[in-house]
Design a protein around this ligand. Structure first.
Ligand SMILES: [Zn+2]
Length: 81
């Protein structure tokens, strides 16, 4: 399994029980319950925006536009695996 993306710098004091995160994240719309796998590049862009707007915090996951609702109503679904 090859990895072509760069590794994020290690953060001290952060427990990472599952190793590297998946490259896609499950999102679900709070309005119409549409579920979508969102690529981490899109998440990274949203995090970049949040940092720019000083809204970023540890564990922040940006909201994503829903293809059904045409609004930013999709939220990250934390999965227990
Ligand atoms: Zn929706």
């Amino acid at each position: 399994m090859r990895r072509k993306k760069h590794e994020p710098p290690p953060k001290e004091g952060l427990d990472e029980p599952f190793g590297p995160p998946p490259e896609e994240y499950l999102y679900r719309c709070t309005v119409c319950s549409t579920e979508l796998l969102v690529h981490e590049a899109i998440i990274d862009a949203g995090i970049g925006m949040a940092k720019f707007r000083k809204e970023y915090y540890q564990g922040f996951m940006p909201q994503i536009g829903c293809p059904g609702c045409n609004g930013e109503t999709m939220e990250y679904v934390d999965q227990d695996e």
